[in-house]
Ligand binder design. Structure first.
Ligand code: AMP
Length: 442
């Protein structure tokens, strides 16, 4: 049976977490996090997971899907919660597989927060870092394991983890896992799991390949859906500015200044473009982090942390690296370059306007990207508003830049030496007048 939109909506009978039947330990944790009511995906999914059903959940990051699967799984594992030091008493019972390291870390952070009043253990493993400390955690025993596919197989091959007691499998962002070519790894992982288990699959989109995956991995699944793939496009204000390719960085800075944008995620298509733009922004004194697949894991985490803590103003990212990143209250996303795949546009703009909040997505579109823009318009079945770049007033006092681009982690009490040059393009004349000089600085 499939749960269509109407049936799914009818399931939303509980309006509080308590009514969903969650244990006091979990309710206290949710209270501490300031969650006052379950989100639609939580209202729908939690009762079905508690009832033991396999589930296909169509929900994007930002809808509260992590809690939708974590909370009922914690509840179901409570009978096994124990404080014994013996690893044998802490076998992996819930396995959550995610496509990227960033999402794995984020999901695990949520697990830790929701689980904080229970003696269930959890850890996260992902590639790009040393295996030793991960091995030690696994050998000590954990009930909940969040992992990326490749590293999980490495650990399973090295016998630091046994998956024969897994009762719950979660495939998070399954569409992205398929996009990234993880299907063979997923099949190998599946071979290590008991056939008798409960499987939950979450995906932002449900095309034939996902339905095929669900057919082979899930048993008689119910389907719940909260966000059709265009939902983000309805919540987020989207603006297109026509800009020459060479003038894009000035345009970016101009929009940030004019709209007084405190922080933004800036998307490029390629790693090379991300590096180049990030370096140019840094040279201008704008605190900028760069995140893409070729960056060392520590660099990626530092950039993401700096951004989440507000120390970094702009985070330049490629699509895969930014996928699943959850930044509360991210006010704005820039498409510095439009993505080749129209679907990635929806994923990108879904980083802002989370959980019903209004967001802003600004695309800087050059003549060369005309076809990509047409493809996106077609995909989201909406016209995108085009407007001229917003004007900014020219500054009266040229000595102000150090305030505008101040690094938040700089010690506020130390006297600063005046900068010798205008370091931020926000203080330079409007974009058209100096587009040529911008390019030279690249
Ligand atoms: P997710 O879709 O799981 O990535 O969650 C998106 C964001 O929503 C995260 O920052 C969660 O902490 C937050 N969140 C999840 N459930 C709720 C809730 N019921 N009330 C308020 N915030 C929530």
């Amino acid at each position: 049976m499939e749960v269509g939109e109407n049936t799914a909506a009818a399931l939303e009978v509980a309006t509080t977490f308590k009514e969903l039947g969650l244990a006091p330990e979990i309710l206290r944790a949710l209270d501490d996090m300031g969650y006052s009511a379950p989100t639609p995906i939580q209202k729908q999914a939690i009762p079905l997971v508690l009832a033991g059903r396999d589930l296909m959940g169509q929900a994007q990051t930002g809808t509260g899907k992590t809690a939708a699967f974590t909370l009922p799984l914690l509840q179901k594992m409570i009978p096994h919660a124990n404080s014994s030091a013996s690893p044998a008493r802490h076998p992996v019972r819930a396995l959550v597989i995610t496509p990227t390291r960033e999402l794995a870390i984020q999901v695990h952070d949520s697990v830790v927060a929701y689980n904080k009043n229970l003696p269930l253990r959890s850890t996260v493993v992902f590639g790009g870092v040393d295996m030793k400390s991960q091995e030690a955690d696994l050998r000590a025993g954990v009930e909940i394991l969040v992992a990326t596919p490749g590293r999980l197989l490495d650990h399973a091959g090295g016998k630091s983890v046994h998956l024969s007691q897994v009762q719950f499998l979660v495939l998070d962002e399954a569409d992205r896992m398929l996009d990234m070519g993880f299907l063979p790894d997923l099949k190998r992982i599946l071979d290590l799991l008991p056939t008798r288990r409960q499987t939950l699959l979450f995906s932002a989109t449900f095309d034939d390949s996902i339905v095929g995956l669900a057919k082979s991995f899930l048993q008689n699944p119910l389907r719940v859906e909260v966000a059709r793939r265009n939902t983000a496009t309805e919540l987020v204000e989207q603006v297109v500015h026509r800009v020459e390719e060479t003038a894009k960085m000035e345009a970016l800075l101009q929009v940030i200044k004019a709209r007084e944008i405190s922080q933004a995620l800036v998307f490029t298509r390629t790693k090379i473009a991300a590096d180049k733009l990030g370096r140019r922004l840094q040279k201008r004194g704008v605190s900028t982090g760069i995140i893409h697949g070729d960056k060392a894991q520590l660099e990626r985490l530092a950039a993401l942390d700096g951004f989440k803590q507000g120390k970094v103003r702009l985070l330049v990212a490629t699509d895969i690296a930014a996928r699943g990143i959850d930044i509360v209250d991210l006010p704005c996303v820039f498409n510095f370059e439009l993505p080749y795949a129209a679907e990635d546009y929806v994923h990108r703009i879904g980083r802002t306007g989370r959980a019903g909040a209004s967001g802003l997505a600004i695309s800087l579109v050059s003549r060369e990207e005309e076809r990509l823009l047409a493809g996106i318009r077609n995909f989201i079945k909406r016209d995108l508003e085009e407007s001229p770049l917003p004007e900014i007033e020219r500054p009266q006092v040229v000595a102000a830049p150090s305030v505008e681009i101040e690094q938040p982690d700089a010690e506020p009490t130390r006297p600063r030496r005046p900068r010798r040059e205008p370091v931020c393009a926000l203080l330079l004349p409007p974009v058209q007048a100096h587009a040529a000089s911008v390019d030279k600085s690249a």
